[in-house]
Ligand binder design. Structure first.
Ligand code: PAF
Length: 281
């Protein structure tokens, strides 16, 4: 059975109040739709972790630094609802723009520090948009737990930070990246890759794995990074925006994986921006 689609906050709140007064725990899985196996793994984790599960679908204009990217973002609501049917989620919350940003909306949630580099440096305003909408989704759903993919690793850290800083009564749960068989991290943006680009895309993750392997063997990061960028560009990527080694928790720049670390990268392939990250411990 397709899950109930809720568009009004008042209706969502009625459900959540009823669940909570029955002593049930509530999970939220925030998404922008175009659901793939990565999202569905979050739904699975949410089902295991809580009594009730809300999936939200809202393509948030405030987090797109490029209007064309916003226009072209895949919109697949009916298909998404069909995919969610198999999981028996309790509600799919699909607010419209006026529900999320009514006239006069004037508040921005901005997380400092961890938003400075990586995607934050290349997508001005992106994390303010994410932090603002996620804060609203947390307070609107009143969920006890929220599930996010490690695929957007910097986003996961930003959201964890804001929940802590603002004393929001919600636990942020990070879940592993889900990959295609050839290693490409699942992403709604993969839908924009042509068949030809799709065959080159796995080189991105393969090159990152090579860096991680070299780091585990004690090789110098700079040389590994240069070789990886050359490999990614040889595969047809037009630009590697960044390929950084960072502390896994604070995202501070590291020269060596002297503490739990993460290798994070973003690169453009035929007009599509791909991001990925892997743990280096
Ligand atoms: O990861 C996403 O899909 C979005 O950034 C999120 C968390 C749903 C906020 O719009």
């Amino acid at each position: 059975m397709t899950p109930p689609i809720i568009r009004a906050l008042s209706e969502l709140r009625d459900d959540v109040y009823a669940w909570k007064s029955a002593g049930e725990s509530v999970a939220v899985v925030p998404t922008m739709g175009a659901l793939h196996q990565g999202h569905l793994s979050l739904v699975r984790a949410a089902k295991e972790g809580c009594d009730r599960v809300i999936v939200t679908i809202f393509i948030n204009p405030k987090q797109f630094n490029n209007p064309e990217d916003y226009e072209n973002y895949p919109r697949t609501e009916e298909e998404d609802a069909r995919k969610l049917a198999a999981f028996e989620v309790d509600a799919v919350y699909v607010p419209d723009g006026a529900q999320m940003y009514p006239d006069g909306f004037a508040t921005t949630v901005s997380v400092a520090g961890i938003t400075d580099g990586l995607c934050g440096a290349h997508r001005p305003g992106h994390f303010d948009g994410v932090a603002t909408i996620v804060t609203k989704l947390f307070t609107q759903t009143m969920a006890d737990r929220a599930y996010f993919g490690e695929k957007d690793y910097q986003q996961l850290q930003v959201v964890t930070r804001l929940a802590k800083d603002l004393d929001l009564p919600i636990e942020v749960v990070g879940c592993p990246t889900i990959r295609e068989e050839d290693g490409l991290a699942m992403s709604s943006r993969n839908l924009h890759l042509s068949d030809r680009s799709r065959t080159y895309a796995p080189e991105f993750n393969a090159a990152m794995e090579e860096v991680a392997e070299g780091l585990r063997k004690g090789q110098a990061f700079d040389a590994l990074k240069a070789a990886a960028i050359a490999r990614i560009e040889r595969a047809g990527f037009t630009e590697v925006e960044y390929l950084d080694l960072r502390a896994a928790d604070t995202l501070e720049v590291l020269e060596t994986p002297s503490r739990p670390a993460r290798l994070l990268a973003a690169a453009w392939l035929a007009g599509v921006r791909l991001i990925d990250n892997i743990a280096v411990n």
